[in-house]
Ligand binder design. Structure first.
Ligand code: BEZ
Ligand code: FE
Length: 291
């Protein structure tokens, strides 16, 4: 189509979908809505050409920041509340199952496999508070689930994840545990501290553009997995942490907040945290990827 106008350009682009190649129904759905919203946004704010160029430059710089340790686009999605929205759309709560929340950019696959009750701590920090975390994992009927793997990761008392801190050993404060026949898990770690998400480069630029802040409340990350059950990506938040109501990435859910209690004599840790999880059965999912 030639001679597009300000009134018909959106329809012209939408009508081009699939004209010269196959487009699946999902691709059409995604692209039609994307075009409507993107054009609508440009119209609403009357986007100017120099602002369009700034946005292109911003995205180009965001791409250049990405490497095997930094996924800038996940960070940008988190700052905009998109990861938490997509998580809630992907994992709607239907019953008694535990709530999920964002994965974030700091997960590492294949953490060290550790026995029940072992510690993830490989390096000690002054002022750290040791914790014993334990709980039970059941299905939505209350049946204990044996053999659930729990990947856990957290920041160190200096506020840094191990893979962003050259002074921490590989996989410090990361581990993979498994539930026993009663669905029980236990591990030792340190109290997670509040930390700022990376706020240099384009992520920081976006945070400042929004007049927001980069801080997250102290939390432990978990991924719970067992064949036949929905994998749960979640976090447990320290009830006494700063920033619980002001999370930079909007990921705090009431049901995921736990009180860190004084340690029990038998555990020999400063603090004790009990947190139970409930997994729901996996149902066959429709493939919705845009192919
Ligand atoms: C995190 O909790 O590790 C995290 C989540 C979103 C953005 C940055 C960090
Ligand atoms: Fe985190």
């Amino acid at each position: 189509m030639r001679n597009v106008t300000i009134d018909n350009v959106t329809d012209a682009v939408i009508q081009s979908l699939g004209r010269h190649g196959d487009v699946s129904p999902r691709q059409r759905e995604i692209m039609t809505s994307l075009l409507q919203h993107l054009h609508g946004f440009c119209r609403e704010v009357k986007l100017q050409h120099h602002e369009f160029l700034q946005a292109c430059d911003f995205l180009a710089r965001a791409g250049k920041v990405c490497d095997d340790k930094r996924q800038e686009f996940i960070l940008l999605g988190d700052i905009l509340g998109v990861e938490v929205l997509v998580d809630m759309l992907s994992n709607p709560i239907e019953g008694e199952e535990s709530e999920s929340t964002v994965l974030g950019p700091f997960y590492r696959e294949n953490p060290p496999v550790l026995p029940k009750g072992a510690s993830t701590v490989q390096k000690h920090f002054e002022g750290e508070e040791s914790i014993l975390v334990e709980g039970y994992i059941t299905d939505t009927d209350g049946k204990p689930l044996e053999g659930v793997t729990l990947d856990i990761w957290e920041d160190a008392p200096n506020g840094l994840y191990e893979n962003h801190d050259p002074d921490q050993p590989e996989y410090n404060l990361r581990g993979r545990f498994e539930t026993d026949e009663s669905g029980h898990f236990a591990l030792r770690a340190v109290r997670p501290v509040p930390y700022p998400i990376p706020d240099n480069e384009t992520a920081g630029q976006l945070i400042r553009y929004m007049g927001h802040h980069p801080n997250r409340p102290g939390h432990l990350h978990f991924i719970l997995a067992k064949p036949g059950y929905r994998t749960l990506v979640s976090q447990v938040f320290d009830a006494d942490s700063a920033w619980l109501d002001e999370d930079a990435v909007f990921a705090v859910k009431n049901s995921l907040v736990a009180k860190f209690l004084p340690g029990r004599a038998e555990d020999d840790t400063d603090l004790y945290v009990r947190f139970d999880f409930t997994l729901k059965p996996q149902v066959n999912e429709q493939r919705i990827a845009a192919e």
